[in-house]
Design a protein around this ligand. Structure first.
Ligand SMILES: Cc1ncc(COP(=O)(O)O)c(C=O)c1O
Length: 475
């Protein structure tokens, strides 16, 4: 008989504590110095790999050596999304309680695919999502104590895919999952809807050609009359409109689709209405922004991302449905090895039936840590501060004859241009980003190159926004 191998050498508890303290120290230092780092790296493709050994080490290395390489090799190749001078895309902010919550999640290492596989994982998630319904002033039908409920997805893209799959099942009386998607189903969104819906159409079997992109109005919001005409034309052609995705805060300019008016149409035709509020949803923590929820009482599903603007590190999307049955029936399969008495009795939620993958981590932990640490009032304050800063920045743009707003400011996003052509604005953005003093991104509005300044970083203050404005004017 072969001799047993030597046991694997793991870090001892003492070594783990020491390395763990070093990592927390490293992260605290990083948070303190990140404002001074160039926001955008200047690396060329391949630069980082050229500094890594060609093959993996045969013998394990010390954690100190690994942490040194994080500092020396990786940090210079990072875009510093946590810099208070990061104003690009949408934020992906984080916070100390969120980092610690994620660390707890990693350390506990539980799987929450079934209630049975970690009851606390499921119940905390349900509980926190019910809290959020109240915190955001969402319709009570999204709470878990009725027919609906919430679930954490990795991303808004996954939420949108799940909404489309649930809608498809409801529209086909649950045949699509057995025999494939009917060829006459048609979905709708606007020309400004996030590209994740197009991806969902491609991978759900619907097909991108059966997703109609409806034109938008002068505010980049979906044109309701055009939607009505498109749906009626499709019905006349013998097709079956089944799904509309409305955006509360488009990616380009944070435009808000008229959800209430759209819902008048979806209700007439028995269509599924999904509302994507990926970033803007966070604003409804504050009662003064609750008008963004108008019409939601008739939506079938809704999502927003705490991993954008609610101090919770990626990944964390909250997805709510008014009726969980179509979602669960769309995504549920029951192999023998997962069977258990609680599931058989239908006595608890099994979140594996609310998402595409089977396995799931304890994402609710970090969200719970954030909400408890900041309290609702702390999170409201964050939103109010960022919106006030964006409002001030928009006033500076309006008051300067060298610049113009491309759209009225929407919440924490300002879309603007230097007076002049696209080439001038592109050059301006490139030189600003290359300077490392700040980072912004761009979009096309009315077909023109437009700069976007989105204020959503955890530690961004008026000083950072003022410094950005100085840099922009100098450039
Ligand atoms: C409106 C909107 N929806 C969906 C998404 C996709 O988000 P995620 O990365 O969570 O899939 C974004 C990303 O910016 C977005 O702006």
């Amino acid at each position: 008989m072969a001799e047993p191998e030597e046991p694997v050498r793991h870090m001892s508890s003492e070594e783990f504590r020491r390395a763990g303290y070093a990592v927390i120290d490293w992260l605290a230092d990083y948070a303190e110095r990140v404002a001074d780092l160039p926001v955008m790296p200047t690396t060329e493709p391949g630069d980082i790999r050229a500094q890594l050994p060609l093959s993996a080490p045969l013998v394990g290395e010390s954690f100190d050596a690994i942490l040194n390489d994080v500092s020396d090799v990786l940090v210079p190749g990072l875009m510093h999304w946590q810099s208070p001078n990061f104003f690009g895309y949408f934020p992906a902010n984080t916070s100390p309680p969120s980092i610690l919550g994620d660390l707890l999640c990693a350390g506990l290492g539980v799987q929450g695919m079934l209630w049975q596989t970690s009851p606390a994982c499921t119940e905390l998630e349900t509980h926190v999502l019910d809290w959020l319904v109240d915190m955001l002033g969402l319709p009570a039908r999204f709470r878990s104590d009725g027919l609906g409920g919430g679930v954490l997805q990795d991303s808004a893209s996954s939420a949108t895919l799940c909404a489309l799959l649930a809608a498809r099942e409801r529209a086909t009386d649950y045949r699509a999952r057995e025999v494939g998607t009917d060829a006459d189903l048609i979905a709708y969104c606007s020309e400004e809807t996030h590209s994740s819906l197009e991806k969902a159409a491609a991978i759900s079997g619907l097909g991108r050609q059966r997703l109609r992109k409806i034109p938008t109005d002068q505010n980049s919001a979906l044109e309701v009359t055009a939607l009505r005409i498109a749906i009626e034309a499709d019905i006349d052609a013998g097709l079956r409109p089944f799904f509309v995705c409305a955006s509360v805060g488009t990616t380009s300019s944070l435009a808000v689709d008229p959800v209430a008016k759209i819902s008048e149409i979806t209700r007439v035709h028995g269509m599924w209405l999904h509302v994507d509020a990926a970033m803007a949803g966070t604003a409804t923590l504050c009662p003064e922004f609750r008008h963004l929820n108008d019409g939601l009482e008739h939506a079938d599903s809704y999502c927003f991302n705490p991993h954008k603007w609610m101090l919770t590190n990626f990944d964390c999307d909250c997805f709510f449905v008014a009726d969980r049955e179509p979602l669960v029936r769309a995504l549920s399969v029951m192999p023998e090895y997962l069977r258990n008495s609680v599931t058989d009795r239908g006595a608890a939620i099994d979140y594996r039936d609310w998402q595409v993958p089977l396995g799931r981590r304890f994402r609710a932990l970090k969200l719970w840590c954030v909400i408890r640490s900041y309290g609702v009032s702390g999170l409201q304050q964050l939103v109010r501060n960022h919106v006030a800063l964006a409002s001030e920045f928009a006033r500076w743009i309006e008051d300067d004859p060298n610049f113009e707003l491309a759209r009225p400011r929407s919440l924490n996003l300002v879309c603007f241009r230097a007076i002049g052509d696209d080439a001038r604005n592109r050059a301006l953005l490139e030189s600003l980003n290359r300077s490392g003093r700040l980072f912004m991104s761009h979009t096309l509005i009315d077909g023109r190159f437009t700069l976007r300044l989105c204020i959503g970083q955890t530690y961004t203050t008026r000083d950072h926004v003022e410094a950005a404005w100085q840099a922009i004017r100098q450039a």
